[in-house]
Design a protein around this ligand. Structure first.
Ligand code: PLP
Length: 354
């Protein structure tokens, strides 16, 4: 039986994507070859890469607006340093909303000064700071749109003349935004876009070329752009499965339609968290994430019973991040509303039993 998969990443992907992806391992495009054994320079794969790059821009509404899409390796964590390598001349502004921002800041400091414009570390990253000031002498502003570990999400982004860079690893393709307000968007595929092994990077090309340092080839966005994301062997299978997921999204109404579903799922679960006296939300209400809902048991004595109940119900991956504890329900695009109903039913069953 298929589990109700709440894993935070790698995570649930659509069943039809799994079916098509497994077929391609046996015989890709009726070629008599597996996708795992063909050259990345073959026409079949060059077409995959091109469609993946184009479709990511199409879904974000960024076609013909000076953006380029790349599928790179090294995870979102590699982007923490690549961004600074390519864009940080003297000083950059970072908003610190959690563990991932903190890691991004650490890497940027190898290349220049970092101004932390605001931080929610004082309250265990339970909220998103607002009303901060971005200095005029910085090279760019960096933020994390969704904080996977704490379950907070930025609902608004600051307007600034400086390039805005956003780590969207855990909410890419989940909601409509004016994506042209960002100059660089990046996302490790394994949260909401595909399997682990590739990272989507969408860059407005005109922000590149201003740093004076020499940049090693693999770190240089311009080289990857010039080579159409094929400077070296890309993560062929991860890019292919990401493409299948993007096609699935497009065929199901794109970001607009999935956003409505995501809102429904989040509302269903958060209402239960708020109504059920046995549970408590972790993040500030106004900053709650639609993707990752974090919550705790008011009385830890019920932990064993609750854990048994949700495991019996076929739920997987509900434990909170090791640094936060409690529970985390990751409700990425491919998670059906029915799975959320199963969790909510288990939570009310616990209330009846307790
Ligand atoms: C998971 C995650 C990362 C790290 O991604 P890797 O691909 O493992 O390097 C970075 N930022 C956010 C917001 C994440 O959720």
């Amino acid at each position: 039986m298929k589990k109700h998969n709440y894993s935070a990443g790698p995570c649930i992907l659509p069943q039809e994507v799994f079916r098509e992806a497994s077929q391609a391992i046996l015989d890709f495009n009726d070629s008599g070859l597996s996708i795992l054994e063909i050259s990345h320079r073959s026409k079949d794969f060059v077409d995959v890469m091109e469609e993946a790059r184009n479709l990511s821009l199409e879904l974000l509404g960024l076609e013909g607006k000076g953006y380029k899409a790349l599928f790179l390796q090294g995870g979102a964590s590699m982007q923490f340093l690549m961004i600074a390598y390519n864009l940080l001349k003297d000083k950059a502004a970072y908003l610190n909303t959690g563990a991932w921002s903190t890691k991004a800041i650490k890497e940027a400091k190898f290349f220049g000064d970092v101004t932390e414009v605001a931080s929610s570390a004082d309250k265990d990253f339970k909220y998103i700071p607002k009303g901060y000031f971005i200095p005029s002498d910085v090279d760019y502003f960096h933020c994390t749109s969704n904080n996977t570990i704490y379950g907070t999400q930025m609902k608004e982004f600051p307007r600034t003349p400086k390039p805005v860079i956003c780590d969207m690893s855990s909410d890419i393709f989940s909601r409509e935004l004016d994506f042209s307000q960002f100059d660089l968007i990046y996302a490790g595929a394994q949260k909401n876009m595909g399997p682990a092994g590739t990272t989507l990077v969408v860059i407005k090309e005109d922000i590149l070329g201003y740093v004076e340092r020499s940049i090693p080839s693999m770190m240089d966005y311009r080289i990857h752009i010039n080579k159409a994301s094929m400077y070296n062997t890309p993560a062929v299978y991860a890019v292919y499965v990401s493409l299948l997921t993007m096609r699935w999204l497009k065929n199901n109404g794109g970001i607009k339609a999935i956003e409505e579903k995501n809102e429904k799922k989040a509302n269903l679960l958060y209402s239960e968290i708020d109504i059920n006296p046995l549970f408590e939300g972790y993040a500030n209400k106004e900053d709650r994430s639609v993707m990752n809902a974090t919550f705790t048991l008011v009385n830890d004595d019920l932990k064993e019973t609750f854990d048994e109940l949700w495991k019996e119900a076929g739920i997987n991956g509900l434990n909170g991040h090791r640094s936060v504890g409690g529970y985390r329900a990751s409700m990425y695009n491919a998670l059906p509303l029915e799975s959320v109903q199963v969790l909510v039913d288990v939570m009310s069953e616990l209330e009846r039993k307790a």
